[in-house]
Write a protein that binds this ligand. Structure first.
Ligand code: SF4
Length: 83
């Protein structure tokens, strides 16, 4: 799926870019229950092994790949920021 575009309006994320575009090469979206229970390092690297869950509404989902622009976590992140 090379033609995928992710639009995002969370502007303090390291992967956010002008035009409200996500420049992460991959992201993990989860339901809020999972997002609030799991640490930040549970992200795309482990996505294939995670058990999927349900959300019921769009307001109950979150982006697990979100990271602030100044976070130390960026250094250990396996996600690449595309140009
Ligand atoms: S990683 Fe998530 S929060 Fe960050 S810009 Fe992409 S979609 Fe938005």
């Amino acid at each position: 799926m090379t033609d995928q575009h992710i639009h995002c309006i969370v502007s303090d994320c390291h992967y956010w870019n002008q035009g409200n575009k996500c420049h992460a090469n991959e992201i993990l979206v989860a339901n809020d229950a999972f997002g609030s229970q799991q640490p930040d390092n549970i992200d795309v690297a482990s996505a294939g092994q995670l058990t999927p869950g349900t959300a019921g509404t769009c307001t109950a989902t979150c982006c697990k790949t979100y990271v602030t622009k100044d976070s130390d976590q960026i250094k250990s992140d396996t996600v690449k920021r595309m140009p």
